[in-house]
Ligand binder design. Structure first.
Ligand code: 16G
Length: 168
């Protein structure tokens, strides 16, 4: 992981030291109690999910090993999740049975914005995807987030950068 990516931070933070009292780590089964979903609700609709429903979804992800890398940042002083992002691994037949990574559900609590925590999360997940031998990683995002992801090396591919969707 040493050589990728060459992300520069404005202040002396890194993946292992994201900031005073902050810790980046994988999602835990008890993070429902630490406001994981409340933070996620700053990204999009989460719904009214009970602890049991959260645990069921968590257990399903755990039962599919090496696929869901849900990563959080906890404010240890408050015991609250204040940021999260997911690397989702997709097994392919193409590219020599290669693996594609998808970056999903990136969100940092509005109280903690401007501390480069999104950049820290993405740097970790991009490094991880490289380490796990993805032949590419991709994401979809709102227009206003494009410059942010460009700073991390993401590009819109000509003739290929169209996100299409059917909503149910
Ligand atoms: C953003 C997210 C995507 C998430 C979607 C939810 C990133 C890079 N992109 O596009 O992962 O699933 O928002 O929006 O975090 P929706 O509720 O409209 O599906």
């Amino acid at each position: 992981l040493e050589d990728w990516p060459k992300t520069e931070f404005k202040t002396a933070i890194s993946i292992t030291t994201p900031g005073e009292g902050l810790k980046m780590r994988p999602l835990h089964r008890d993070d429902h109690q630490k406001g994981f979903l409340t933070n996620l609700a700053q990204l999009t609709a989460v719904g009214d999910i009970s602890e049991k429903e959260f645990h069921d979804a968590f257990d399903k992800m755990k039962a599919t090993p090496n696929t869901y890398y849900v990563t959080v940042i906890e404010d240890l002083n408050k015991g609250v999740i204040i940021g999260s992002a997911t690397l989702l691994m997709e097994q392919k037949f193409i590219h020599n049975c290669g693996k594609r990574g998808r970056i999903e559900d990136v969100v940092v609590s509005d109280e903690y914005r401007g501390k480069q925590l999104g950049k820290i999360l993405l740097t970790a997940l991009v490094s991880l995807s490289k380490h796990l031998d993805c032949y590419k990683i991709s994401l979809d995002c709102r227009d206003q987030m494009i410059p942010f992801y460009e700073t991390l090396g993401f590009v819109k591919e000509p003739n290929n950068g169209n996100f299409m969707v059917i909503r149910f």
